[in-house]
Design a protein around this ligand. Structure first.
Ligand code: FE2
Length: 422
């Protein structure tokens, strides 16, 4: 199966380009390709980019909004309490049904690579079992990694360390942490060490929730970075949220940038959810509670984005669209200069590929894997301003989503499906 896309704009290049795709790879890219193909698409001068990556998402809780109740305080803690009630009776089937729907929504908006968390403090591990099946069943349309996520803490309950290790043995790809939610500062530090031990034992990466609080004294990120350095785990660690950094003094933040850069830690900002959850204990002025995307980038620290949640106890809105997450990020992070807006698309594309260490096969270049998205816009600014859903999503050289007007058609396992809810 070959596919020829004609007349596309590409990021950071002038003019229009033709792209020929064969057997899942880009085999030719030039201003005029003479060869033909099984299918031809006229891009009409629209922007073709690598498809998006969502580096931090909770598929197991997706689309549970209102079940068993709504989060009226808008705090992280009430969200965790509601989720604790929900997960008591959770089944593999329930997780699968919602996760599959959420994945299809994400793919329809251009995401074909996803890191999801599975809460492994649910003792039957139904969340993990469900997501392992979803990973397999959805592999035609999305590359999924599952992080074993100790939502209720690693050292808060007897048996959670064993659950974390068991989850990795069952097939989880990464080891999670949540040090700011452990009972004490000392437990938080110890939990990081426990997670790194498991990660090293099984050769897994560490993918944490770190310092997701407005408490300026929550300083686990430095511990995570130090562990990465001491254990030779450079470039194998991601830290999600890191919102306490918003409240650190600048001298401490400066120290932190340096060790994060040295450790090769990628910070995953989750702007949709953190602009909603943070600052909830403030009166006025209310802190934004976002990690320092602009300054981290300036100091050479890699930053990528996560959507985090769709319609669950922590975030009541969302459609799985990384362009919405980016829209929020550029506003909250003061990334609204012309060049900043142009570059901001890196946060949901190449920076995520760096975090996953797949740059060698990622991008719109000859020889790279054809995971692409044709946006209904001429450039990054128009894409952000208009927020139009993509016209085409291509995974492994095959068109998996075609959109016209408000209708999207998804192709999965050779079957066509109308996505009328996106
Ligand atoms: Fe999260």
């Amino acid at each position: 199966m070959s596919l020829l896309i004609r007349g596309a704009r590409l990021r950071r290049l002038d003019g229009f380009y033709d792209i020929l795709i064969e057997d899942g790879r880009i085999v030719e890219l030039s201003t005029s390709i003479k060869r033909s193909a099984d299918e031809k698409i006229d891009a009409g001068g629209r922007l073709l980019t690598p498809s998006f990556t969502d580096m931090h998402f909770h598929l197991d809780s997706a689309l549970t909004l209102g079940d068993p109740r709504y989060n009226e305080s808008g705090t992280l803690i009430e969200g965790i309490e509601i989720w604790a009630e929900k997960k008591r009776g959770i089944t593999v089937d329930d997780v699968k049904k919602r996760a599959i729907k959420a994945v299809k929504m994400m793919v329809s908006y251009g995401t074909t690579r996803l890191r999801t968390h599975a809460d492994i403090t649910e003792p039957k591990l139904s969340t993990l079992k469900g997501l392992l099946e979803v990973k397999k069943e959805m592999k035609d349309i999305i590359d999924m990694q599952i992080t074993a996520f100790p939502q209720d803490g690693i050292l808060t309950e007897r048996g959670n360390v064993e659950l974390l290790e068991k989850a990795v043995e069952m097939g989880a790809d990464n080891v999670g942490i949540i040090p700011h939610y452990e009972l004490t500062r000392e437990d938080g530090v110890k939990s990081i060490s426990v997670a790194f031990d498991i990660a090293q034992k099984y050769g897994k990466d560490v993918d944490g929730h770190v310092d997701e609080t407005d408490d300026e004294q929550s300083r686990f990120l430095e511990v995570v970075a130090a562990e990465a350095i001491k254990r030779g785990y450079e470039r194998r660690v991601t830290a999600g949220h890191a919102t306490a950094m918003h409240s650190y003094n600048d001298a401490y933040a400066y120290k932190l940038y340096r060790i994060l850069r040295r450790a090769g830690v990628t910070i995953i900002a989750n702007p949709l959810i953190n602009i909603h959850l943070q600052g909830r204990f403030d009166t006025y002025p209310k802190r934004r509670g976002m990690t320092r995307i602009k300054e981290l980038l300036k100091h050479g620290v890699n930053v990528a984005l996560g959507h985090d949640c769709i319609r669950d106890p922590w975030y009541p809105l969302g459609r799985g669209d990384m362009m919405q997450a980016l829209f929020m990020a550029v506003h909250v992070g003061h990334l609204m200069g012309y060049q900043e807006l142009k570059d901001s698309l890196d946060l949901i594309t190449i920076n995520a590929a760096k975090a996953l260490r797949i740059e060698h096969e990622y991008g719109v270049e000859t020889g790279k894997r054809a995971d692409l998205v044709l946006l209904d816009a001429r450039d990054e600014l128009e894409a952000l301003a208009l927020q139009r859903p993509p016209l085409l999503v291509i995974k492994n050289g095959r068109i998996v989503v075609r959109r016209s007007g408000s209708e999207a058609e998804l192709v999965i396992g050779g079957r066509k499906e109308k996505l009328d809810y996106v």
